[in-house]
Ligand binder design. Structure first.
Ligand code: TYM
Length: 333
């Protein structure tokens, strides 16, 4: 691998369970982009994770391709990082089984996301939904990742991954690198525009802005964003969750600090402020949407990227899995 072998490794992934959102952009992709020149980065479209809740097959296929186009349009460069689809590297599912045999039922029962999702999908609480964090640990550990750039909601899963790795290393000797979560300072938890008490998520379309939304839809969603009964544009997440969320978004989209943004809008009404945030996001996403559309018209190019990505990812994954097989006592194939 030449000098990439000495670079620290980064791994992260996003589920193709819906459109990419402003939340996943601010919490993850923006950081992925910034890391790709300095680190050895592996970025995944985690389709195995997506099927922990029911997906429409044709839609899932389309979303995987659209998500790859968006990764590229956001600036991820297949020359600098590995971009691939999780199900194309079977070692993820294999390692997941082995790690599952080293994970406690109690640990998985404590996962916040499992508790939330099992409420949302009460009629379909599958074993996959429960063991989802084990698969996520396999994703990370297969690549011996040093760091995992994610939004705040995934911190608990990365910590569980560390616990599993530590336990495994304790039994079998040094096998896995212990990963650190990398959580951005601004944008780690973008809230719903409709209801700033909740995280922005795909399941709440009006409160959620997507990378591929048309400018008029983005403007409308920001115009309707919930604020409060005061008039001052001030960062105070406790007392003013809606306005603070908009300030974070504006800061991340414009590159200005939150203090600079507060100063810019001081004395101005919420109407002006909300329009300005909407416009900043429209301009941020315009080139991404246009480039995604262009890329999606060239399916052969996208296929080439994910095929080559899977090959490169597999070369790394196989090495780790072989070591794991040896350590746990499987006969060599
Ligand atoms: P997912 O697909 O739900 O979200 C993708 C990434 O976007 C971040 N994110 C947000 N950040 C800030 N504000 C929000 N409102 C917001 N919504 C989403 C998430 O924190 C995440 O970083 N289990 C993971 C996918 C995964 C993964 C992995 C991540 C599978 N294997 C290995 C890292 C490493 C998930 O469901 O993310």
């Amino acid at each position: 691998m030449g000098d990439t072998a000495v670079k620290k490794r980064i791994f992260s992934g996003i589920q193709p369970s819906g459109e990419l959102t402003l939340g996943s952009y601010m919490g993850a992709i923006r950081n992925w982009n910034a890391l790709q020149s300095e680190y050895d980065c592996v970025y995944c479209i985690v389709d195995l994770h997506a099927i922990t809740v029911r997906q429409d097959p044709a839609q899932l296929r389309r979303r995987c391709l659209t998500q790859l186009a968006q990764y590229l349009a956001c600036g991820l460069d297949p020359e600098k990082c590995i971009l691939f689809v999780q199900s194309h590297v079977p070692e993820h599912a294999e390692l997941s089984w082995i790690l599952g045999c080293h994970t406690q039922f109690g640990e998985l029962s404590r996962m916040t996301q499992f508790k939330q999702k099992s409420q949302q999908h009460a009629d379909n609480i599958t074993a996959g939904l429960f063991t989802y964090p084990v698969l996520m640990a396999a994703d990370i550990l297969l690549y011996q990742a040093d760091a995992v750039p994610v939004g705040a909601d995934q911190k608990q899963h990365v910590e569980l991954c560390r616990d599993i790795a530590q336990r495994f290393n304790g039994v079998y000797g040094d096998v896995f690198t212990l990963p650190e979560p990398l959580i951005p300072k601004v944008g780690a938890r973008i809230m719903s525009l409709n209801n700033p008490a909740n995280k922005m998520s795909k399941s709440d379309p009006e409160g959620c802005v997507n990378l591929l939304d048309k400018p008029e839809d983005i403007r409308r969603k920001f115009k309707r964003a919930v604020t409060d009964s005061e008039t001052s544009v001030r960062y105070d997440p406790e007392a003013k969750p809606g306005v603070s969320n908009l300030l974070s978004i504006y800061s991340a989209a414009s590159g200005k600090s939150v203090a600079e943004a507060e100063a810019e809008f001081s004395g101005q009404g919420y109407g002006v402020f909300k329009n300005a945030v909407g416009e900043a996001v429209v301009e941020l996403f315009r080139p991404i949407r246009e480039e995604s559309e262009r890329l999606l018209s060239d399916k052969a190019y996208l296929e080439g990227i994910y095929r080559q990505g899977a090959e490169r990812a597999r070369a790394v994954a196989i090495r780790t899995l072989r070591k794991v097989h040896r350590k746990v006592g499987f006969l060599s194939r």
